[in-house]
Structures are given as structure tokens and as C-alpha cells.
Design a protein around this ligand. Structure first.
Ligand SMILES: [Zn+2]
Length: 224
């Protein structure tokens, strides 16, 4: 180990990206690793809304849920690398050669000011680093709607995101990979995909870090 990396380790010791525990070496701590539930061939790519394909490597529960909430609401930005890596590998296997560009479901300008970062953009940047490309801004959130997590049913969530997004940049003719952190009912992804298609996108595929359990009950979670 170089002197520089020794000093960096003293200043910024490696932490578990899910629970934040200080570790001897980078990676996920054994307790979190044992608590991660991965999706599989059966349920890792599905249609949250008819006609809209979404892929997610993880289930939104246990250590993954805690890690995403930490990443999103408590500045746990190291989570971007872990979740981005999982997403990159998952999409590489399932969507290989099926998209030309990568974008994300953005937060509003007001939310960005409050939080200091856009979590979906960080995930997109992290996944793209591993692919050697850069994500492209193709959407803007023009209205600061109430958080999706406060809404119980799919109809209320669909209504809540109506007219919230606007196309930006040049989505015309592109096959787009749209990235967000969590997929619950797919309302946010569907609103974003609809906006991109209305602006001329050829195709939109979705990728999130995690999907919520199948019950259809949204409960308490961090989806916006
Ligand atoms: Zn941990």
C-alpha cells in the first residue's frame, strides 16, 4: 500500500456502503452482505406498467432498503458506487446493445438545493463510469410534487407525477436507458418515459437499483 493510500485510509477509512460501518477493507460488511436479497431471472426484469420494461438487481428490503435511504436522505454518497456497480452489471447482461444513451429521472431544482445532490444522477454517473460513457440530461423536473412515498395507491402516484417532467437536450430517435433509484408502481418511470417518447425517443428502457416487494402495497419507502 502506498503512503498516499495509507494516509487516505486514515482520513477516510473504508465504510460499508449500506450501513456506514468503518471497515478494514473496502466492500460490504458481512452482516449487510448476508442481508442483501437479489432479484433473479424470474423477477429481475419486469413490466411495472404495461409496455414499460424495468430491470433491477436488488429487492428493496433489509440492508438494501437501509442503504438506499442512507444514500438518499443522509448523504451516504458512497452508496452510489455500490448501487451503480450492481446496476451496471445487471443491465450489461440484460440490456446489452439495446440502448444508445443513458439518462436519469431528475429531482427538482428546489430538492437539489436542499439535498445538495441528485441521487438518480449519481447512480447514472456511477454505472456509466463502468461503461466508459457519460449520462446525458434528457429530462427536467419542472414542478416540485409531493413525495411519491406518501401516496398509497398507484392511481394517486400516477396523478402526482402528471406534467411534472419536461424533455431537455435531444432525445429524438434515441434508444434511452432511464435510471432511477427505486421502482415501486413505476409511476415516476412511466411519466419520464412518456415525456421522452412524446419528445421523439425511439425507445425507453428502465433500470433501478431496487424494486419493492410484489404485494402492491407501497408502505413507507423513499420513492419520490
Ligand atoms: Zn454494512
Amino acid at each position: 500500500m502506498s503512503l498516499r493510500s495509507c494516509l487516505l485510509d486514515l482520513l477516510f477509512p473504508p465504510r460499508c456502503p449500506l450501513c456506514g460501518k468503518v471497515l478494514d477493507a473496502p466492500g460490504v460488511c458481512p452482516a449487510c452482505e448476508a442481508d442483501i436479497r437479489r432479484t433473479g431471472e424470474e423477477d429481475g426484469v419486469w413490466e411495472p406498467v404495461p409496455g414499460l420494461l424495468c430491470a433491477a438487481p436488488l429487492w428493496y428490503e433489509g440492508a438494501v432498503r437501509d442503504g438506499l435511504l442512507r444514500f438518499k436522505f443522509h448523504g451516504g454518497i458512497s452508496g452510489a458506487e455500490f448501487f451503480g456497480g450492481e446496476m451496471c452489471r445487471w443491465a450489461a447482461e440484460r440490456y446489452s446493445g439495446e440502448f444508445d444513451t443513458v439518462t436519469w429521472a431528475p429531482v427538482s431544482r428546489k430538492r437539489l438545493r436542499q439535498r445538495g445532490y441528485d441521487q438518480a444522477r449519481l447512480l447514472a454517473e456511477s454505472a456509466c463510469r463502468l461503461w466508459g460513457v457519460r449520462p446525458e440530461r434528457l429530462l427536467r423536473k419542472v414542478r416540485d410534487n409531493p413525495a411519491q412515498s406518501g401516496l398509497e395507491d398507484a392511481a394517486a402516484r400516477r396523478e402526482n407525477v402528471r406534467g411534472v417532467y419536461e424533455a431537455a437536450g435531444a432525445p429524438e430517435g434515441k434508444r434511452i436507458l432511464l435510471i432511477d433509484d427505486i421502482c415501486t408502481t413505476g409511476s415516476t418511470l412511466s411519466a419520464c418515459a412518456g415525456t421522452l417518447k412524446a419528445a421523439g425517443a425511439a425507445r425507453v428502457l428502465c433500470l433501478t437499483a431496487a424494486r419493492t416487494v410484489k404485494s402492491g402495497k407501497t408502505g413507507e419507502n423513499g420513492e419520490e
